[in-house]
Design a protein around this ligand. Structure first.
Ligand SMILES: [Zn+2]
Ligand SMILES: [Zn+2]
Length: 194
């Protein structure tokens, strides 16, 4: 297993910023623990690891860097719970462990050195963990897209079964539920979209 220092540096490169924040250091610790519990020594070269992060803050970058999982390779999943937690899934063995920050862990203060503060805390003092089962559907797994559909409303391609059926039509989620964005008419004209 790589050294803690190595992983902290890797996480710092991904996360950016001059300061090493508490969330980053704790995220590195959480990710190392998750990998260790699954018996994965070299997560960077292990292709069957998938991680579900329950936060999109600092720790998510730490988990990505340490576990070697990225959104683009479909091995990092974001579940929007707002929790300091992640579940590590080994697709080869179907074993999975969820690791989360103990509620009684004190908050780090900005004036404290993040690496220094947590050095004195064991993994057992920082985290709880539990073995779980995660059903990873085929359409969420790494590898080639399993299905392509063209939205019957906007015409855009939708991959990996993310389309929805509405009254017998296959639609993208934006057309079915309304998009997260609001189209600005004037600028769409400039882009040449009717
Ligand atoms: Zn941060
Ligand atoms: Zn559409």
């Amino acid at each position: 297993m790589r050294s803690l220092q190595h992983d902290v540096e890797a996480a710092r490169r991904v996360h950016g910023g001059r300061h090493l924040c508490h969330g980053m250091v704790l995220g590195v610790r959480l990710a190392r623990l998750g990998c260790r519990l699954l018996g994965i020594d070299d997560p960077g070269s292990y292709r069957d690891l998938v991680v579900y992060t329950e936060t999109d803050r600092c720790a998510a970058d730490a988990v990505s860097a340490v576990a070697g999982v990225t959104l683009g390779r479909r091995r990092l999943k974001w579940v929007d719970y707002g929790k300091f937690a992640a579940t590590f899934v080994d697709l080869a063995t179907e074993r999975a462990v969820r690791v989360w920050a103990r509620p009684d862990v004190p908050h780090g203060r900005p004036d404290q050195d993040a690496e220094e503060v947590w050095r004195g805390f064991t993994d057992e003092r920082l985290f709880y963990w539990q073995w779980v089962h995660v059903e990873v559907p085929d359409c969420d797994r790494p590898g080639r897209p399993i299905e392509k559909v063209w939205c019957e409303d906007c015409g855009e391609e939708v991959r990996d079964s993310r389309h929805v059926g509405v009254e017998g039509r296959r639609l993208c989620r934006a057309c079915a539920h309304g998009p997260y964005y609001e189209v600005l008419a004037a600028q769409s004209d400039e882009a040449g979209v009717a």
